[in-house]
Design a protein around this ligand. Sequence first.
Ligand code: H2B
Length: 93
Amino acid sequence: MKKMNTHEIQEALKNLSGWALKDDMIQKSFIFADFKEAFSIMTHIAFECEKQNHHPNWENVYNNLTIKLSTHDADGITQKDIDLAKSIEKIVG
Ligand code: H2B
């Protein structure tokens, strides 16, 4: 899959809410009611990642979830990251 350039990434991010390009990854943090809600959503996201065979770098601290997406195989950001970010938005609602 082709690595996107900065302009292409910024254009794609216009169709997503709250995602930003940082450290060569697209990133967003979410805050949930508590750990149970955060982990439940993470489980839901994990199944979607398996479907797409594309996996996030993420960090969960209690009710806070930070997701960072890039395509390791391409050493950059590809359409796969944009697609996964869109799916994550749908899941989180
Ligand atoms: N996830 C991410 N984020 N980047 C990848 O390059 C990637 C992946 N590659 N999930 C997939 C799995 C690859 O390693 C397997 C072998 O298809």
